[in-house]
Design a protein around this ligand. Structure first.
Ligand code: ADP
Length: 246
């Protein structure tokens, strides 16, 4: 969908700065916290700028309702949901097609890192709630889920982190916000576990040349390496706040 850009909105200034003052490779200010819910086995809050997502993990456990269990491994179940008050226009609380699809995409981004074969015939539930949406909610959700899984003590191969890169006014930029997503030319969410060299989510909406794609992927992986470092610090100290430009 092409949305007409508001008069006067400059996405990249002549000096190469973005509409919020960031350089192309900068993340938004990041906040991470674990143990935010007392009633979940593991939980986390992740903020990328104004995007704010919480994750709650339960399990491995017996399912509360009848559910077809796998004989050789745990089943990962993911629910991604946007709170009605998370978007500019009130969103219906009922799960939309987008939310059903994103739940699947996020599950597939997490499955390769969970040692699910250690817990056959169980379920691991991950609830992801977007409290505030300003672009990049699926990638912030992957980061929050990774932290919450680790906080729950679920054995994982490595931490995974996510970020969306994009192209705005011909410039490749990291961690796009909603404005850049809406008026930019391309949006590429990526999730990866840098410690084991695994990319677990890669989507592209829009058009990039092969060279741009390679550069965008490099930028995403550099940003994710930093995000995973912040995840490690968060798991050591409970809470981390970081500027985007370090
Ligand atoms: P992501 O949040 O992973 O970037 P999208 O590209 O689908 O996923 O969405 C981009 C942004 O558009 C979201 O982060 C959010 O700010 C906004 N958005 C998405 N869905 C809705 C919706 N149903 N109502 C209002 N805003 C939305």
């Amino acid at each position: 969908m092409v949305v007409k850009r508001p008069e006067g909105l400059v996405l990249v200034s002549p000096e190469g700065l973005r509409h919020d003052g960031r350089r192309p490779e900068d993340l938004r200010p990041v906040k991470m916290e674990v143990g935010v819910f007392k009633n979940a086995d593991g939980s986390a809050l992740v903020e990328y700028g104004k995007t704010r997502v919480v994750a709650a993990v339960y399990g491995p456990r017996e399912p509360l309702q009848r559910f077809p269990l796998l004989p050789d491994k745990a089943t990962l179940r993911v629910r991604y949901h946007m709170a009605p008050f998370s978007t500019e226009e009130r969103k219906s609380p009922a799960p939309s097609r987008r939310e059903v699809e994103l739940s699947k995409v996020i599950r597939e981004a997490l499955e390769p890192i969970v040692l699910s074969e250690e817990y056959p015939r169980t379920v691991i539930d991950i609830f992801l709630e977007v409290l505030q949406a300003d672009g990049g909610t699926r990638t912030a959700a992957v980061t929050a889920a990774s932290l919450a899984l680790a906080d729950a003590g679920v054995p994982i191969r490595a931490l995974v982190g996510g970020v969306a890169v994009g192209k705005v006014d011909g410039v490749l930029v990291v961690d796009i916000d909603e404005t850049e997503d809406m008026y930019g030319e391309a949006d590429m969410p990526v999730a990866a576990a840098p410690d084991i060299g695994l990319i677990t989510l890669l989507q592209l909406n829009g058009v990039l040349s092969r060279e741009e794609f390679n550069r965008a992927l490099d930028m995403a992986l550099t940003a994710i390496t930093r995000i995973v470092e912040l995840e490690k610090r968060t798991l050591r100290s409970g809470y981390v706040e970081a500027g985007g430009e370090e």
